[in-house]
Design a protein around this ligand. Structure first.
Ligand SMILES: [Zn+2]
Length: 217
């Protein structure tokens, strides 16, 4: 448990959009001014204020599980078709990696393997760990878990790398011995997995890491 007081204990809420720290007056200050009993709004930019992102656990779990389900066809279905003069190959992510390695592009093989196998697996593990430990109100390694969350957010920007590689290969056709490279349905499932894991990490509220069992709202 942290020795520092939480913003909610001091009656403060930070606006997530403009950063203004507002005083939280319970039962009062319906600041969006329409008179209906709705949530408090930021007096500067009008964004609805929440002490924690609403339904953070449910949304993050839902998005994460959906991403995991879509990750299965992303790996089983072929992601691209390559054709040279004498044969046509449909490659899944793994067979594509092996193919790239054999074709003498180990660097590209490592990039694709990292972007499409290692990174998504680490994201599933990291978000799952954050969800389970926060839901249990665990005080275990809070600083490291906060860092882990920031790392997950950071690598989110780079997860589309694999889709980018398919696009790149498609563009490279005219310079290579391959006469045809085209994306196949697997790449759509992979793209959806990436988008859903990014949404999952966005809907997780990192402030939940610092909440104990007593303050679970
Ligand atoms: Zn604001």
């Amino acid at each position: 448990m942290s020795a520092l007081p939480r913003a909610s204990e001091l009656g403060l809420i930070a606006c997530t959009v403009c950063g203004l720290v507002c005083r939280n007056v319970p039962g009062d200050a319906r600041l969006d001014g329409d008179g209906v009993g709705d949530d408090m709004a930021c007096p500067r930019c009008g964004t609805t204020l929440h002490r924690r992102k609403p339904d953070s656990y449910v949304r993050t779990w839902a998005l994460l599980i959906a991403a995991f389900i879509l990750y299965i066809p992303a790996n089983v279905l072929p992601i691209m078709r390559t054709a040279s003069l004498n044969d046509v190959d449909d490659n899944t992510i793994i067979s594509g990696v092996v193919e790239l390695w054999r074709a003498g592009s180990p660097n590209l093989a490592i990039i694709v393997f990292t972007a499409s196998i290692v990174v998504p697996m680490l994201k599933f593990l990291a978000l799952g760990t954050l969800l389970v430990s926060s839901q249990r109100g665990s005080g275990w390694a809070r600083v490291q878990r906060a860092k882990l969350y920031r790392l997950v957010e950071l690598i989110g920007y780079w997860s589309m790398l694999d889709v980018f590689v398919v696009a790149l290969l498609t563009a490279l056709v005219r310079f290579s011995v391959l006469s045809l490279v085209e994306p196949l349905p697997g790449v759509i499932f992979f793209g959806l997995t990436v988008v859903l894991t990014m949404l999952a990490s966005m809907s997780f509220d990192p402030r939940l890491i610092w909440d104990g069992k007593d303050t679970d709202d």
